[in-house]
Write a protein that binds this ligand. Structure first.
Ligand code: UGA
Length: 419
């Protein structure tokens, strides 16, 4: 927002993170974000506080950007952070203000939140709510924010729409498509987008299973499907399945909410998507075990990747870390290397061994698993690595390495759904 020309005050309640932000340091890895933060902390256009009264006095528009994780016991979304942001802010809103929800929420959240806002704000209904779902991907957060592929405004007044048009003037001037709609649609667009992406991945992973038992090749198949522009090639990469802080919990929250609303159809489809996805991780463990002749006890396994996908240090619900953890729990000695996620992985799974680089991770390994497709793994010379490992066995969980080059260097290579 500062890069787009606005004056911004960020409210961060975690004192450690706030201190880092005030010092101009991004508290996690996200490409290009450090440069932007440095620029705008230095320019003074971006500041941070923990004081809601200050935020209320400062802001004409307040974005709610907090997380909505899966509840601890159940499938639904935990909205406590959303309410913990709005409830302390609202009592300070003494002039007309727009509060804009960005968090991914179950359909029906916005009207309840709007009522709560108006109830707590001294300015009453002039503290208005809008819903503006966020579609950015981790690893491309800066790009997706500065150049979104669409904007969705869920509003209940023309004034709210006008305010959002002013906030996003740069994107609108670049002809970004905008859909102006009601609260329920805006809320549902977000979960539907993630549910569709998840479905696409589970679809190709289901086909990959058939490829495995028929000798067909999932990469050739996905390429062929992708040439049909009604289908498209994106999100048709078969492998260990989707993870992260969004897709898995969003489809579960969608199933849960659909159940509450009596919409059974969405429940059965997305439950299957989730089941297929979970099955991929166990399948990868089974393939790894079979490559080691059925015995994990004492086997040395190198795992390349811990993040849920490349270009992030996020290990939430990461297939790579789950697989590494299971192999360890089932008796293997596991060594993990990730270019950016070693620290976050160590916090989540401290009992694994973490290597300092890709090559030392593979030292004396009986099996190498490539599970997060960071570009640096594709640059390792398989001929050099052949002399580092004990047995030249590779399982490529994302089917992205050059199988011919690895086989040419003397490796036995398996993918998931690949020849
Ligand atoms: C996802 C959506 O793509 C964003 O549009 C959305 O804004 C975001 O969730 C969110 O709700 O905040 P993200 O979680 O960053 O973004 O990750 P994706 O790039 O969607 O990847 C999700 C998972 O799918 C990763 O584990 C990735 O490895 C996996 N994936 C992706 C596949 O297994 N195959 C593919 O072909 C593509």
């Amino acid at each position: 927002m500062a890069e787009l020309g606005h004056e911004v005050l960020g409210v961060e309640t975690d004192p450690d993170k706030r201190d880092q932000l005030v010092a101009g340091k991004v508290p996690f890895f996200e490409p290009d974000l450090q440069e932007l933060l440095t620029t705008h902390v230095e320019s003074g256009r971006l500041r941070f506080t923990d004081d809601y009264a200050e935020a209320a006095a400062f802001g004409d528009v307040h974005f709610i950007c907090v997380g909505t994780p899966q509840v601890a016991e159940g499938m639904g979304a935990d909205l406590s952070q959303v309410y913990s942001a709005v409830e302390p802010l609202a009592p300070h809103l003494t002039r007309p203000t727009l509060v804009v929800g960005k968090s991914t929420v179950p359909v029906g959240t916005a009207p309840a939140l709007a009522a709560r806002l108006a109830e707590l704000a001294p300015v009453g209904a002039d503290a208005e709510l809008a819903w503006n779902p966020e579609f950015l991907r981790e690893g491309f957060a800066v790009e997706d924010t500065l150049r979104p592929d669409r904007l969705v405004f869920g509003v209940t007044s023309e004034a709210a729409e006008q305010t959002l048009r002013e906030v996003f003037a740069t994107a609108l001037a670049a002809d970004t498509p905008v859909v102006v709609t009601d609260f329920a649609t805006a809320e549902l667009v977000k979960v539907s987008a993630n549910a569709f992406l998840a479905t696409k991945i589970s679809f190709i992973n289901a086909v990959a299973e058939v490829c495995e038992v028929t000798g067909a090749d999932i990469v050739d198949l996905a390429d062929s499907l992708g040439h049909d522009d009604r289908i498209g090639r994106k999100f048709l990469n078969a492998g260990v399945g989707f993870g992260g802080g969004c897709l898995p919990k969003d489809i579960r929250a969608f199933v849960h909410r659909a159940g509450e609303l009596g919409a059974e159809g969405a429940m059965s489809l997305l439950s299957q998507v989730d089941d297929i996805n979970q099955g991929r991780r166990e399948h990868a463990v089974q393939v790894a075990t079979s490559m080691l002749d059925g015995s994990l006890a004492g086997a040395r396994i190198a795992v390349w990747g811990a993040a849920f996908k490349p270009q992030t240090d996020d290990v939430r619900d990461s297939p790579a870390l789950w697989i590494a953890g299971q192999l360890h729990l089932r008796g293997a000695q596991v060594s993990v290397y990730d270019p950016k996620a070693t620290q976050t992985a160590r916090r989540r799974f401290p009992t694994l061994r973490y290597a300092a680089d890709a090559v030392s991770c593979a030292q004396d390994a009986d099996l190498l698993l490539h599970l997060t497709a960071w570009p640096e793994f594709a640059e390792v010379d398989p001929a050099v690595l052949r002399d580092v490992v004990r047995r030249p066995l590779l399982l490529d969980g994302g089917n992205s390495l050059d199988f011919d080059a690895w086989r040419g260097a003397g490796w036995t290579v398996r993918g998931l759904g690949r020849r």
